[in-house]
Design a protein around this ligand. Structure first.
Ligand code: BGC
Length: 522
């Protein structure tokens, strides 16, 4: 127990303070950074369904789609150029997140959000006005850069602003906005697909400007986090901010721990070289495996390609878009379950329950499709039968929406010590984007070759990741972010990687009583 601060049963301290309106509003504004990511995820699948769009940019795919009506359903949309349209964004985001790491650390979290919003805005304009594939893909790349910056900075911002007890809830605001972005995109596609004159896709792509403006304007007004203010040498501002966001003058303990974390972080000049040190092995492993596993749940097969997937299994074009709206709604509402339970039940319970639910649904959906289409890919689904398919897809989406969806962003953002936080978050974003890219690029081909087995394939992965969580992820609920080291230290496996001298608790206290750091003392 450091500094006479209460150690709660969750393994961490409890600092004084409450959820202030100010912190709530800042977190809501920052979370809107998730909208741009969500809008992208949801918009491309529907646009790819629009014939005028296909005719203009991908005439070959259009011709193929028109010509071979009767052949193998599984392979109808298999085109690498078409998937490049979806996936180019994620490669750009991957690269951008490394640049964002420096901006976030050196200039502060809010500037990364602003960069993200502005670049995204230009990308939306280019896409809405696209005349050829080049413009289209260039626009997607700019959108990707925007997403890279936003996803690198927003989750960290939220986790730093939030009081430990409510960190899960406030951080999941980001995921909630992602799901709202996806749903908005689905609804917009549903409407614009009906525009007879054939320019509906332009509206869909250009409307990405709306979430871009929201986060751009929002980030101008956002204050920076106390952690970042201390890290960048503004101790007075940091104290003021801490008082404001915690709604109390009694911020000494928390402030002191933030200063300790910052002092430690200053000893390290190269976060990228440090993150590979043995003592950070648990965090590094999670920064790589959590986003990898999140994508291997197969969720984006549904999010990107729900309309394509539903059409593939025999839905009409309109019904396919409508079903995508239904899964989008389930995704939004189920996210609330995690918002209200994550700080009480904890992260692990949600991971384990959500994982089990997804596995069962994937087996059922794969089997339902196998029964009707077999390996030939030929067949037809009755109304009742397809409703069952949609039902189990919805239960699967709900499972994801209260487990791997939000926790895939929350957990990595709360486990890194300050000195490697920016770097760690960039790894998280880039691994996420890389595998989002791989799935986006490979899905249509995989569907064509693996057929219904694709659902079993992802189900197998969810089984592996659920087992992994049960053995290797310690519970992080309610633990102050700068105290997370204690959780790793007491873990049966990860504890071996952390020596006693790696645990900084109490160090600040000594320094403070020695009169250091003077300028920061309160
Ligand atoms: C994932 C996305 C996914 C979305 C679905 C996010 O957490 O990173 O890849 O499309 O959730 O809601």
């Amino acid at each position: 127990m450091a500094g006479g601060v209460i150690v709660n049963t969750g393994g961490g301290k409890e600092y004084p303070g409450k959820l202030t309106l100010f912190v709530f509003i800042t977190c809501v504004v920052a979370a809107t950074g998730g909208l741009i990511f969500g809008y992208d995820i949801g918009i491309s699948g529907g646009v790819m369904q629009m014939n005028p769009f296909l005719k203009k940019f991908f005439p070959e795919v259009f011709r193929k789609k028109e010509d071979d009506k009767s052949t193998n359903q599984y392979c109808e949309f298999d085109s690498q150029l078409l998937t490049t349209f979806t996936s180019s964004l994620y490669l750009a985001a991957l690269v951008a997140s490394f640049f964002a790491s420096t901006v976030t650390r050196v200039f502060g979290r809010k500037w990364s959000m602003l960069c993200g919003g502005l670049t995204f805005l230009v990308g939306a304009a280019l896409n809405g006005a696209a005349q050829d594939v080049l413009m289209l893909i260039l626009g997607r790349i700019l959108l990707g850069i925007g997403v890279g910056f936003a996803n690198q900075s927003v989750p960290v911002y939220l986790s730093e602003m939030a009081p430990a007890k409510l960190r899960g809830m406030l951080n999941i605001g980001f995921q909630l906005m992602i799901t709202v972005g996806i749903l908005a995109a689905n609804l917009i596609n549903y409407g614009t697909a009906k525009i007879k004159a054939g320019w509906g896709w332009r509206v869909s792509l250009a409307l990405a400007a709306v979430p871009a403006v929201i986060i751009t304007v929002g980030s101008v007004f956002l204050p920076d986090t106390p952690n970042s203010l201390i890290e960048r040498g503004y101790p007075e501002e940091a104290q003021r901010m801490l008082r404001r966001i915690r709604g109390t003058d009694d911020i000494h303990d928390e402030y002191r721990d933030l200063v300790t974390a910052s002092e430690e972080s200053k000893l390290m000049r190269h976060p990228w070289a440090n993150i590979v040190k043995r003592k950070y092995r648990p965090q590094l492993t999670m920064a790589i495996l959590i986003p990898f596993f999140q994508q291997l749940t197969g969720i984006n097969v549904i999010m990107f390609y729900a309309p394509v997937l539903f059409q593939t299994i025999g839905f009409g074009s309109n019904a396919a878009l409508m079903s995508a709206v239904i899964t989008g709604l389930v995704n939004v509402f189920a996210t609330f379950v995690s918002i209200f339970t994550v700080d009480k039940l904890g992260r692990r319970k949600l991971f384990l329950e959500g994982g089990a639910q997804m596995i069962v649904c994937q087996i059922i959906v794969g089997t339902l499709i196998a029964i009707k289409f077999g390996t030939s890919g030929e067949g037809h689904l009755s109304k009742t039968y397809s409703s069952f398919v949609v039902l189990f897809i919805c239960i699967y989406v709900a499972g994801f929406a209260w487990s791997w969806g939000p926790l895939g962003w929350l957990v990595p953002s709360e486990i890194f010590p300050l000195e490697i936080r920016s770097a760690g978050q960039s790894i998280n974003v880039s691994v996420n984007m890389f595998f989002t890219f791989v799935i986006a690029q490979a899905f249509l081909t995989m569907l064509c070759h693996m057929k219904f087995g694709l659902f079993y394939f992802f189900g197998g992965w969810v089984l592996i990741m659920t087992i992994f969580i049960s053995f290797f992820l310690p519970e992080t609920k309610n633990v102050p972010i700068e105290e997370m080291i204690l959780v790793w230290r007491s873990h049966w496996f990860w504890g071996h990687f952390i020596a006693d001298e790696d645990v900084h608790v109490g160090k600040a206290e000594t320094e403070m009583s020695n009169g250091k750091p003077k300028s920061d003392a309160i």
